[in-house]
Ligand binder design. Structure first.
Ligand code: MSP
Length: 639
């Protein structure tokens, strides 16, 4: 047995009533990134995903296609597996609820609970939503429709088995109170606590209206309720109750179940109650993530806007899809997948910030040092800043990952990348080369070092770019052997390394004919007003989205504020005459429009490296900075 800490992460098992889409990919990518991060940290990881294949919905789907349920599910399961391959998902096991190893455990659980009286035979009648496989109390119906999917419900009456969920109301409340971290994010915890407090009814856990399910032991005609069947996958995959329980003993209770917000209830009420009844330990954490819309609309087959993540991955790379989904919105929040936001973000962050950094660094190492990374010689005044941003950023990645704040983890990795881009501007290696300065080898070494750190930290997120960075940096120690600790340690880049400069690792996405392009047909010049400029004149102005990260008053100048503005590729100091209109603290976080190619000027002795656009009345009584909506990342070009 290894002494490494274990880590068990799961995705929901997906319904096979349709092809996999971006919603399924989202949970699975998040789980994969977490699994890979924990492996990087040195944990012994078990990552489980799979498919939920029983139920009336699936039987009907198969029938509509003239297939047996088994034939039908086998087909869809291959699509899921292919999708996970396209997205580089590194699962350790893929459980299917139609597998013998699973069905045996479901029957064992049912049997045990029946024997101890936690499952009993009763009668059920109520409003049932077939697509959601759920019964709904009359009071929860939405004008006679299912409150979840808004489709008609049917009145169903059947002899059924019931699980004594009501008995576990108080134990569940106690468990929530003792384990404040169990359900995250916090808002979902409140929602669930209210749900439990409002009273739990016993749960109907068998069906007689269809046969496509796990048969209830010794009860012909009854099949196990699909949700009870499905939840058990998390332990059946580990071989619980079998002669070989090694995996179960090693990995249960699981560290985290990742689920979408709409299925939190099943995972934090029913599942823990079943485990309590079985006398098994409860999962350490359930995280309910948000939902994606597409171009502002709910994703649905009928709207025809279902996004196929495999297609985007094939067109733009799995790195881009994975990066966008995890960087765009905090994991607990809802998000919108828009093509323009996708292109803007990956162009700005993967092509510019990361790709260009590698490109510039390797170009300079080639040009100034014949392709060799040399040991650092004379220090520069900017080294400490670069080192701090890289190492502090790297160290903060763990805390962010432990909170499942994937977007923050990426932000922390970008601290180092942004600092390295800025370091190039601040140290101007081309001038150092001209002067024959001893600082040159230090600067180029430090750039290679910050890229090494970024590559290791990005391993969990991006399947191919870290390997390409590694290859171009000429590193021969296998990337797979790198650890999180290596990424938190400065100075491990082996000096005297010969790099292999190559093609840009992430070329910008340039696409779709711009329909607004000007038609070159001449217009009679004489009729035009004199103050017009050409489109070329306008294009000389480099307008960018900037995010204000700091603002303070300029001493001795009532009108001026000194701002630090993040332009994606680095920070700028901009002095602006807006002190009468804004308090410094109001400005921090704002996304503003910056003239990014203005010659630097000094105002009251302070260098200003750009200008912000603002609208003002003629008498200057009112002034408002132009701002941009929050979906645009800093650095986006305005044209
Ligand atoms: N079979 C059940 C889970 C059983 S787990 C014991 C199920 N399957 S599902 O295929 O309908 O959905 C699985 C996951 O996909 C959920 O976590 C759900 O939140 C996620 N998503 C489906 N559509 C989604 C979006 N549009 N956006 C984000 N995730 C969504 O539920």
């Amino acid at each position: 047995m290894s002494g490494r800490p274990t880590y068990y992460v799961t995705t929901p098992i997906y319904y096979v009533n349709g092809e996999p889409h971006i919603g399924h990919a989202y949970t699975t990518i998040a789980a994969d990134v977490l699994a890979r991060f924990k492996r990087l940290e040195g944990c012994d990881v078990y990552f489980l995903t799979g498919t939920d294949e029983h139920g009336q919905k699936i039987a009907r789907m198969a029938e509509s296609q003239g297939k047996t349920p088994q034939e039908y599910v086998d087909g869809i399961v291959s699509s899921f597996k292919e999708m996970w391959q396209k997205l580089s998902i590194s699962y350790d096991d893929f459980i299917r609820t139609t597998e013998e190893r699973h069905k045996k455990v479901v029957q064992e659980v049912f049997q045990r609970l029946m024997e101890q009286g936690d499952i009993y035979l009763g009668n059920y009648e109520g409003w049932y939503c077939t697509p959601c496989e759920s019964f709904w109390p009359e009071g929860q119906l939405n004008e006679g429709m299912c409150p979840d999917c808004n489709r008609p419900v049917e009145w169903v009456r059947e002899e059924s088995y019931f699980f004594r969920l009501s008995k576990y109301q108080q134990p569940l409340l106690d468990f929530f109170a003792e384990n404040p971290e169990f359900l995250q994010p916090e808002s979902r915890r409140h929602e669930m606590l209210n749900f439990i407090k409002s009273g739990l009814e016993d749960l109907c856990v068998s069906r007689t209206t269809f046969t496509w399910g796990v048969p209830v032991p010794k009860a012909p005609g009854h099949v196990v309720y699909v949700w009870l069947d499905a939840l058990i996958n998390y332990i059946s995959a580990l071989g619980v109750f079998s002669s070989d329980q090694e995996l179960y003993e090693k990995f249960w209770p699981c560290d985290v179940h990742l689920v979408g917000k709409e299925i939190v209830r099943f995972h934090t009420v029913i599942w823990p109650a079943v485990l309590m009844a079985l006398g098994l330990p409860l999962p350490k954490k359930v995280f309910g993530h948000g939902w994606w819309t597409v171009e502002g609309e709910k994703m649905s087959k009928s709207r025809g806007n279902v996004i196929d993540p495999g297609e985007i991955a094939a067109k733009y790379s799995a790195d881009a899809v994975r990066y966008f989904l995890l960087r765009e919105v905090p994991f607990g929040a809802d998000g919108d997948f828009s093509h323009s936001a996708f292109v803007a973000r990956v162009n700005s962050e993967l092509a510019n910030d990361l790709g260009n950094l590698l490109n510039r660094a390797t170009a300079m190492i080639n040009k100034f040092q014949k392709g060799m990374v040399l040991p650092p010689a004379e220090p520069t005044e900017h080294d400490e800043y670069l080192k701090t941003e890289c190492i502090e950023g790297a160290k903060a990645v763990k805390a962010a990952m432990d909170k499942l704040a994937f977007h923050q983890a990426l932000e922390q990795i970008w601290r180092g990348i942004d600092a390295a881009n800025k370091y190039i501007e601040n140290t101007a290696p081309w001038s150092l080369a001209k002067e024959g300065s001893g600082k040159l080898s230090t600067v180029l070494y430090n750039l290679a070092e910050s890229l090494r750190i970024a590559a290791v930290l990005l391993v969990p997120f991006l399947p191919t770019l870290p390997g390409k960075i590694w290859e171009q940096l000429g590193l021969t120690i296998p990337l797979e052997e790198q650890t999180y600790k290596d990424a938190c340690t400065w100075g491990l880049f082996p000096a005297e390394t010969k790099i292999n400069r190559g093609e840009p690792i992430f070329p910008r996405i340039e696409e779709e004919e711009d329909e607004t392009e000007v038609d070159a047909a001449p217009i009679e010049e004489a009729k035009l007003p004199e103050n017009l400029i050409s489109i070329e004149d306008f294009a000389k102005v480099d307008l960018r989205v900037g995010q204000i990260v700091a603002a303070e008053k300029v001493e001795g100048a009532d009108r001026l504020l000194c701002l630090k503005v993040d332009l994606g590729s680095g920070q700028r100091q901009i002095v602006a005459g807006i002190a009468k209109y804004y308090k410094p603290e109001e400005l921090v976080g704002k996304l503003v429009v910056v003239v990014a190619n203005l010659k630097p000027a000094k105002l009251r002795g302070i260098v200003s490296e750009g200008m912000l656009l603002a609208a003002s009345t003629d008498n200057k009584k009112q002034l408002t900075l132009l701002t941009v909506d929050s979906s645009m990342p800093a650095g986006s070009k305005i044209s």
